[in-house]
Design a protein around this ligand. Structure first.
Ligand code: PMP
Length: 284
């Protein structure tokens, strides 16, 4: 069934949706995006995604396509028109269309595209079983804090993981895990301490990461924000990743190392449940 998508002011059937071949998102990856999940037809953690979109725009000196209220209205309209009860809303802003030139165009109008994807987020078999990952070199650029559409390095890593017969990859730079291909990385040590890398330009400042840290704090769990090595991850009793589209995803194997009993651990499960409860309570 054809979806209704939003392109620069219009709601159109997906097969009729068009952007210019001169769009700078297409030519230079000069664009940013956000993904908000939807549960029971409501948006999860959406203010955080709006705030990060604004930050990405500012960091790239990109004009806003419209106000946050208008963005929210479009998100809601797409959820309604496509009858989405569970899934995600994707929004992308690019610097717009202009004749190809490395310098920013003076008069381009930012381009705004949004669409929905239906997806089982809660009843996800991967979350029940836990996933296997590999570690791979982080070959991305140095401003990973900006959520740009230049996702080729992540796409290559995810594809390599798939060809190796596993579900995802954690990326390694200077001997330390940065983050997952499309998620933030966490480990849990023997004494129950939750460790995740601190915020810097080396990782995306995950909205789910922030919410999970808040939930962990409320549960009285011990948290440390610091970099960790693949070897520490191998020795961890639990590991998990966080993202808007997978919430808390338990990891049961990293490279050749099975963690704990090879099933999702209690801390990961507790955090997943607590995050979902809190997210649902605050959905809009
Ligand atoms: N890191 C990277 C590289 C990502 O692409 C994502 C999700 N897009 C995340 C972390 C998780 O961020 P969030 O929780 O805001 O989805």
């Amino acid at each position: 069934m054809s979806r209704t998508v939003y392109v620069n002011g219009e709601y159109v059937a997906e097969e009729d949706a068009k952007v210019s071949v001169f769009d700078r998102g297409f030519l230079f990856a000069d664009g940013i995006y956000e993904v908000s999940s939807v549960l029971d037809g409501k948006l999860i953690d959406n203010p955080g995604h709006m705030a990060r979109l604004e930050r990405s725009l500012n960091e790239l000196k990109m004009a806003r396509p419209c106000s946050n209220d208008e963005l929210l209205a479009i998100q809601k309209e797409l959820i309604k028109r496509n009858n989405v009860t569970e899934g995600v809303v994707y929004m992308q802003v690019t610097r717009g269309a202009a004749d190809r030139d490395f310098n920013f165009p003076k008069d381009a109008t930012p381009s705004l595209v949004m669409f929905t994807q239906e997806k089982n987020i809660l009843a996800n078999p991967a979350a029940d079983k836990g996933i296997s990952i590999v570690t791979l070199p982080d070959i991305r650029w140095q401003r990973r804090d900006i959520k740009t559409v230049q996702l080729l390095a992540s796409s290559l890593a995810k594809q390599t993981a798939k060809e190796m017969g596993v579900d995802d990859a954690w990326l390694v730079e200077d001997g330390m895990i940065t983050e997952g291909t499309s998620n933030n990385a966490f480990i849990v040590t023997e004494d129950g301490t939750i460790i995740t890398r601190g915020l810097s330009n080396s990782i995306l400042h995950g909205i789910t990461r922030k919410a999970v840290l808040k939930v962990a704090n409320e549960l009285g769990l011990t948290l440390v924000e610091r970099s960790f090595t693949p070897e520490e991850a191998y020795d961890a009793v639990e590991a998990f990743s966080t993202s808007a589209s997978s919430f808390v995803m338990p990891i049961i194997k990293i490279d050749d190392h099975i963690l704990g009993n090879g099933v999702p651990g209690p801390v990961s499960q507790k955090l997943r449940a607590a995050y979902i409860a809190e997210a649902k309570a605050n959905a809009e």
